[in-house]
Design a protein around this ligand. Structure first.
Ligand SMILES: [Cu+2]
Length: 292
């Protein structure tokens, strides 16, 4: 998900390219809140302030491509900043809110034409709940959606906000982004904080309530909350990857252990702050139910 390309561009060539594209596309919706797509350098990519990356995949301009944006559907908590990267080298694209042919396209966000150059990205912060469809004006045959939730649970030491709330319904969402935010540890954007995340599954089939530990790993952020996406796994393997960006980017857990109609406990603990164990235990447990 995290891709960095090396390439320089000439501003003049870029302006020319955009002019050609705009002319050939024919229109930009007049209602659009056009925001110029940003062209990140290596440095800005490292320092990008987004939480979640969506890729405009290689081949996205082709009609037969299964996806234009990947992942095509995500569920995120309010406050999440999503960054879309044009990884379809040599092709211009847009990230434009609304379904193709809808009357309100581009009213929530519109990247304008993202140049067909390396490191071209657009970002938007979702501050309101709801499902927001979007598409590419140039290739309007693969719409995508960001589902935004206001759901938040407060523990003693952490606030847990998520894209789906305490019930994760696989009929709607294959993935859900959690944001695990410490309530008692200052987030100074600098001091390393190590989070241990343990997921246990309560096996109802035996009538028992005992949690089987199905996942445990430690993630470090630089004085930031922990964005952590849960993905319903398709294979037999558990995959943990990330972050999407240096400090604010999401980590991901893709697990075959996420199955429908199950109950999970997510345990979050801060195991070190600036490489020192905290003086008091900082730990909370949250319940998550899956429905299929
Ligand atoms: Cu496109």
């Amino acid at each position: 998900m995290h891709r960095i390309y090396n390439s320089g561009i000439l501003a003049g060539a870029l302006v020319f390219l955009i002019s050609v594209i705009v002319i050939s596309v024919g229109f930009i919706p007049s209602t659009a809140n056009v925001v110029t797509a940003q062209i990140g350098s290596m440095a800005t990519l490292q320092n990008i302030d987004a939480n979640y990356a969506i890729s405009i995949i290689p081949g996205a301009s082709q009609r037969e491509s299964a996806y234009h944006y990947y992942p095509p559907a995500v569920a995120v908590p309010t406050g999440t900043t999503v960054a879309w990267f044009n990884n379809d080298f040599g092709q211009p694209h847009t990230v434009t809110s609304g379904s193709p042919n809808a009357s309100d396209i581009g009213t929530v966000f519109n990247s304008g034409v993202m140049p067909a150059t390396a490191n071209s990205f657009f970002q938007y912060t979702f501050n309101r709940g709801g499902d927001i469809a979007y598409h590419c004006i140039i290739h309007p045959w693969r719409a995508a959606v960001v589902s935004v939730s206001n759901a938040i649970e407060r523990g003693t030491y952490f606030g847990l906000s998520s894209g789906t709330g305490p019930v994760w319904d696989f009929n709607k969402d294959f993935r859900t982004l959690l944001n695990i935010e410490p309530l008692t540890v200052p987030l100074d954007r600098t001091t390393p904080i190590a989070y241990n995340i343990t997921i246990s599954k309560n096996d109802n089939s035996t009538g028992g309530d005992t949690g089987n530990n199905v996942f445990s790993d430690t993630y470090v952020t630089n004085g930031e909350a922990l964005p952590l996406e849960l993905v319903r796994g398709s294979g037999n393997e558990t995959i943990s990857y990330g972050p999407d960006f240096s400090s604010t980017g999401a980590y991901h857990i893709e697990g075959p252990f996420f199955t429908g109609n199950s109950n999970y406990t997510i345990r979050a603990e801060i195991t070190s702050i600036n490489d020192q164990p905290p003086q008091n235990q900082i730990v909370d447990e949250f319940s998550l139910k899956t429905v299929a």
